[in-house]
Design a protein around this ligand. Structure first.
Ligand SMILES: Cc1cc2nc3c(=O)[nH]c(=O)nc-3n(C[C@H](O)[C@H](O)[C@H](O)COP(=O)(O)O)c2cc1C
Length: 352
């Protein structure tokens, strides 16, 4: 049965207007990225993984991840940790910050995370994974979801046993990226496992991995019965991919549109992270935006070498003067707000 990518669906009581979810990506999913994802048609956006220990210790940088804009909803904030009580406390903070869903990371394969018992470690420790899920689901009113990989080792089918247990423990939705933790990003996402997971649980399943086009999104939804697809790397510097997937609009953006989106992204990120952090953070985005044959490679290299974001914007405007008016239009739509959490100004972004 084919699903219309523009159909709405629900996780618990949360209405999600389209079948495309913007993936949580550490070092990428800043507020500017999430807002842009919503503007281009993602039905649900997600923060990058936030350390529950950082939240517990009221680390100012970590709390910066809990900044929620009025135009981001529905938004999931993802937390990671290995301690049920600390995860429950972090979930309460996430709910208080205004997130519509609390997502838990049971898939991060990075050793720095797994050695603490968090992330993909939990795929091999189902009892702890269930205790965490139960504690978090019991701590908040908003729905709780889990994002996981297939298992720790190549060929593992651990997610199929763990999934139903997590649902029993209180998860209202599961996202599966069907690679093993060991695989990192090599090989391909085996969505036959996603189909098996869909059959094994009675909550919505989101299929993550290698979805970069409408054709792929439709084939994954059709083959798996998943409720939605998640798009990660395909949307980096390329929000037009989301529009293509959701709406089937295949028109490529003009150079002016690309430059305007990048200028707006730069300005929003500077507001979020401050000039110093934003300047380094943004460098990887230049190639992502300006690639795809949109601008010549030496131009990207030139932007990466510039020392301030003002210089980057000036250079972009010189290359695409028509971008100025478009960037102003984008700016006009940003809600004007200041968020203060736990009496700490949320001005910095970072670690966790
Ligand atoms: C740079 C990067 C950072 C990521 N960070 C996270 C994260 O914080 N939490 C998470 O659950 N998954 C994270 N992921 C995994 C993605 O959410 C997604 O599951 C994976 O990239 C597969 O989807 P894709 O092929 O569409 O990129 C990250 C992936 C990338 C490439």
């Amino acid at each position: 049965m084919s699903v219309n990518l523009r159909d709405s669906w629900r996780i618990g009581g949360v209405d999600i207007p389209t079948r495309v979810v913007l993936a949580p990506m550490a070092g990428v999913s800043v507020q500017a990225f999430r807002r842009q994802g919503r503007r281009f048609g993602a039905g649900l956006v997600c923060s990058e993984m936030v350390s529950c220990a950082g939240i517990e210790h009221r680390n100012e940088r970590t709390l910066g991840y809990l900044r929620v804009g009025a135009d981001e909803h529905p938004l999931a904030i993802q937390i990671f940790g290995a301690e049920p009580a600390a995860m429950a406390e972090a979930a309460r903070m996430v709910e208080a910050a205004g997130a519509d869903l609390v997502d838990m990371n049971f898939g991060c394969p990075v050793r720095k995370v797994t050695k603490t018992g968090a992330g993909a470690h939990l795929l091999g420790d189902p009892a702890l994974a269930c205790r965490i899920t139960q504690a978090v689901a019991g701590a908040v009113e908003v729905p709780v979801s889990v994002k996981m990989r297939r298992g720790v080792e190549d060929g593992s089918r651990a997610c199929l046993e763990l999934g139903p247990r997590l649902v029993e423990a209180g998860a209202s939705s599961l996202t599966l990226h069907p690679r093993s933790a060991r695989q990192m990003y090599t090989g391909y996402a085996d969505h036959s496992l996603t189909a098996e997971l869909v059959d094994a649980v009675d909550v919505p399943v989101i299929a993550s991995g290698d979805v970069t086009s409408r054709a792929k999104a439709e084939s994954v939804l059709e083959a798996t019965g998943a409720s939605a697809v998640m798009v990660g790397r395909g949307a980096q510097g390329n929000p037009w991919a989301i529009r293509e997937i959701v709406l089937g609009e295949t028109a490529q953006p003009s150079r002016e549109e690309v430059a305007a989106e990048l200028i707006h992204f730069v300005r929003e990120t500077v507001r979020e992270l401050g000039e110093h952090r934003a300047c380094g953070f943004l460098k990887k985005f230049y190639g992502w935006y300006l690639g795809h044959g949109r601008f010549p490679k030496p131009f990207t290299q030139e932007l990466v070498r510039l020392r301030t974001t003002d210089e980057v914007v000036t250079r972009l405007l010189a290359a695409a003067p028509g971008a100025a008016a478009l960037a102003l239009e984008l700016e006009a739509d940003v809600p004007d707000e200041e968020v203060v959490l736990d009496r700490l100004p949320i001005s910095l972004y970072g670690g966790g």
